[in-house]
Design a protein around this ligand. Structure first.
Ligand SMILES: NC(=O)c1ccc[n+]([C@@H]2O[C@H](COP(=O)([O-])OP(=O)(O)OC[C@H]3O[C@@H](n4cnc5c(N)ncnc54)[C@H](OP(=O)(O)O)[C@@H]3O)[C@@H](O)[C@H]2O)c1
Length: 329
């Protein structure tokens, strides 16, 4: 029964990952939280809390938990961004300590500490070309540049891959997530919801009208990560390229906007022939990424992890997802 420690366990994805791991019945699940109030929330959902206020810059509580609880796999779902490389360095240090201890006892081919890093599909950049998780990203030979907001991420992915001399690693690149609070969609959906509330007849949308957005339900990516945790000793070494794009459908942004507005109007008992003016994201780096076209697929995650999404389609069940988003505001 692998013991799994989740960084970012209190976040949007992290909560879903811990629950997928708990539901599998296969793991002891630990979660890093940065305050005692959040520790209670984790304990209530059967996740053993580890309070570590700043795991990147003051890592002792985090490292002590890895040693004390003999953690087998660390999953990094933290939105630590500039500090993510430090988290990797700390886990690599813990993995090295463990290998040295095995070596001192003449144990050959010992189990290695596992590390799952959550990256994102935006590293592929904005392009109409089909891309694969086997394609290089952020290199001179890559077909497109990563989106500006994640320009730093390919280098971090390479550092994760380079740590395979010490760790077993997997990298997941989720598409844009939806479901529950659908936190990432607020930048587009929030202004739309306000416009509808104010009874506007025309709303400006900061998106290109024809972009194709890859999406995935948060529980489906969580299940992919949970499957990866179970297979990390098989797939996380150097014989398989351990990088997985994970997407369940690709949706036209205009359809997403139309469906969201219809769902909200119906929910509020309003009828309207609301018009949209798609003006593009301008210089906003977040909106540029949120509304980018990324044509990736998950065939390797399906083949190698045995993963299949259970929710396929954001637009087709938008009344549920728009309702959940609205309730979460
Ligand atoms: N959401 C998406 O659609 C999406 C899509 C693709 C990729 N991703 C990636 O998935 C990861 C998680 O995203 P999310 O949407 O779940 O983010 P989120 O809801 O903002 O959650 C972030 C989590 O990270 C923790 N955290 C923030 N800064 C930290 C730091 N410096 N050190 C340690 N922990 C820190 C937060 O702790 P507190 O609770 O204490 O604040 C929280 O648990 C990110 O790397 C993101 O880029 C997300």
């Amino acid at each position: 029964m692998p013991r799994v420690l989740v960084l970012g366990a209190t976040g949007y994805l992290g909560q879903s990952v811990t629950q997928s791991l708990v539901r599998s019945g296969l793991h002891d699940v630990y979660g890093i939280c940065r305050s005692s109030s959040k520790a209670k929330i984790l304990a209530a959902i059967e996740v053993s809390p580890v309070i570590s206020e700043d795991p990147a810059n003051a890592p002792e509580p985090f490292l002590a938990a890895i040693r004390r609880s003999n953690i087998d796999v660390v999953v990094d779902c933290a939105a630590a961004y500039g500090d993510s490389a430090k988290l990797l360095a700390h886990v690599t240090k813990a993995g090295k300590e463990r290998l040295d201890a095995f070596k001192a006892e003449d144990i050959t081919s010992p189990p290695r500490l596992g590390y799952v890093y959550v990256s994102g599909g935006w590293v592929h950049g904005d392009s109409d070309r089909l891309v694969s998780d086997l394609d290089p990203v952020g290199t001179a030979s890559a077909a497109t540049k990563p989106l500006d907001i994640v320009a730093w991420r390919p280098e971090l992915e390479r550092a994760v891959l380079a740590s395979r001399d010490v760790l077993d690693v997997l990298i997941f690149r989720p598409a844009q997530m939806y479901g529950r609070s659908s936190s990432a969609w607020g930048a587009l959906w929030g202004p739309l919801a306000n416009g509808i509330k104010d009874g506007k007849s025309s709303i400006t949308v900061p998106a290109p009208p024809n972009s194709q957005s890859p999406v995935i339900h948060v529980d489906d990516i969580a299940d992919a990560i949970s499957l990866g945790v179970g297979k990390i000793s098989l797939l996380g070494g150097t014989s398989v390229y351990p990088v997985f794009d994970v997407v369940s459908s690709t949706e036209n942004i205009r359809d997403v906007i139309d469906a969201f507005a219809k769902a909200l109007l119906a929910d509020e008992g309003k009828s309207s022939d609301l018009k949209f003016d798609f003006v593009g994201p301008g210089d906003d780096v977040y909106l540029k990424a949120l509304t980018a076209t990324v044509r990736c697929n998950s065939s390797r995650a399906r083949e190698l992890l045995g993963w299949e999404p259970k929710r396929v389609g954001l637009v087709s069940k938008m009344e549920v997802y728009a309702g959940a988003w609205k309730a979460g505001q």
